[in-house]
Design a protein around this ligand. Sequence first.
Ligand code: WQD
Length: 341
Amino acid sequence: MNKVIVTGGLGYIGSHTVVALSEEGYQVVIIDDLSNSHEGIWDRLQSLCSTELTWERINLSERTQTLETIQRHHDAMGIIHFAASKAVGESVLHPLPYYRNNLCSLIYLLEAMGAHGISRMIFSSSCTVYGEPLTLPVTEESEIQSAQSPYGNTKQIGEEIIRDVVNGEELDLKAICLRYFNPVGAHPSGIIGELPLGTPANLLPYIMQTAAGDHEHLRVWGDDYPTPDGTAIRDYIHVMDLAEAHVKALSHLDDMSSRIDYFNLGTGAGTSVLEMLASAERAVKGKIPYQVYDRRLGDIMKIYADTAKANAVLGWKAKRGLDEMTETAWKWMQSLKESPI
Ligand code: WQD
């Protein structure tokens, strides 16, 4: 039984995980309603994967559709649940669709799993659950801070719902919550990558668009942080490393003595905005203009992961360095310019 359901499988992290699963011999059922993904990714995924792929275009916040779809695929060994809205700023302006999309879909999915006997779940969580950490690097035991946005809150509540469900009697569930740091980069083929809708809020997509001439300059949000070069520090992780961690987590579920566990997925290294820019300049082989602006509201100064638990327990370690992240992001940007999706 090597069939797995991937919700949000046409999205950024989901699509790369579908490739990693296929490489390990899994058949994949993608559930994706294209609300923040593109139909063209489906054809591209089929060209990259050698195992059977199926796509169900349904909205997981529709309960009946969700139950029916999971029933059709009740022979799946587990579900990797990515599908969620994820724009932090938008969630502040429009919290209700965030709570509906992210929480109703999780609840219906869990109900469907209970109804059809699917007992393994990997949940996409986020380092945002740690807020501005009091000590670095952050371990899985670090204190969870109150969420800074409705989006972040849906991830915290999502983790809590799953914790309560694994402890309850309604379904026989084992779950892993993966707390992502800052995923960047693209598949080395340049065939899939991140497709931000509109102007990207995230650093590397914006840098790449600036390098491609779409923006006059990168806006560096603050250079007066108490960090070595004054810019904020994050733990950027190559999306293929992240994808491979999902495959490891899925197979780890059966070895777990507890019913739920949590893992940080980062590299353990902190990188500043200007260090990322320098790596991007190496990748594009040219200068990328930037200007310093005031700090962005709600930004934290510095966060990076302690990855010892994922290294030891999942037998997984991020292998790809910063330059591989920026090189693959640039290759993807160039391939998008040549053949837009
Ligand atoms: C990184 C750094 C910016 C854009 C994101 C998600 C969050 C979580 C983690 C999933 C910051 C600076 C950015 C720009 C800049 N992921 N920056 N100019 O804020 O760490 O959070 O990843 O849950 O939800 O939003 O990532 O890429 O937006 O910013 O100077 O044009 O780059 O100020 O210091 P962030 P980011």
